[in-house]
Design a protein around this ligand. Structure first.
Ligand code: F6P
Length: 186
């Protein structure tokens, strides 16, 4: 049995700052080091974005790999805008996304379908791994990865809840897929 552990990054400008960020990072490092203590072939995968690399930084003793394919959905011209700003300044874009969040592609950016497609090599590699993998990534990407392993329908992907400060452990066995969740804080 080789678990896959999915988790969102512990800090960013948008969600968790400073003190809380470093608290979460330490919690995650403790969790991972304990959970994978006797595993020789475990590895830690992050995106190429600073917030996942920094989240992984206190974890020691395992090789780390950065994948561009694990970067967050590219919001193109809407990058850095709040949903309110998009609604106000680009109402047609806002409406199109609301109507079909799975297929909607941000101008000069990506759709969920694009993200799902670029994750294919990551999934192939994950399935090839002999040891556990900790994947530290972002909300949209983790929705897609989780959906693949938990066998969720395509249309649900953009709405799946991937909470912060939570580790979703997926275990693939003969009896199918098993899932456990661990909270890093209450
Ligand atoms: O909320 C964090 C975030 O990672 C954003 O940067 C990203 O655009 C978003 O989640 C994806 O969520 P949604 O597709 O629901 O807008």
């Amino acid at each position: 049995p080789r678990p896959i552990l999915l988790t969102r990054h512990g800090e960013s400008r948008d969600n968790v700052r400073g003190e809380l960020g470093s608290f979460i990072k330490k919690k995650l490092a403790n969790f991972v080091e304990k959970r994978l203590k006797s595993e020789r072939t475990a590895s830690i995968w992050t995106s190429t974005l600073q917030r996942t690399i920094l989240t992984a930084s206190p974890i020691v003793g395992f090789p780390k790999i950065q994948w561009r394919a694990l970067d967050e959905i590219n919001a193109g011209v809407c990058d850095g805008m709040t949903y309110e700003e998009i609604k106000r300044n680009m109402p047609d874009e806002y409406e199109s996304r609301k109507k079909d969040k799975l297929r909607y592609r941000y101008p000069r950016g990506e759709s969920y379908l694009d993200v799902i497609q670029r994750l294919e090599p990551v999934i192939i590699e994950l399935e090839r791994q002999r040891g556990p993998v900790v994947v530290i990534s972002h909300q949209a990407v983790l929705r897609a990865l989780y959906a693949y392993f938990a066998d969720k329908p395509l249309k649900e992907i953009p709405y799946i809840e991937v909470p912060l400060h939570t580790i979703i452990e997926i275990q693939m066995g003969v009896a199918g897929v098993q899932e456990k969740r661990y909270k890093l804080m209450d």
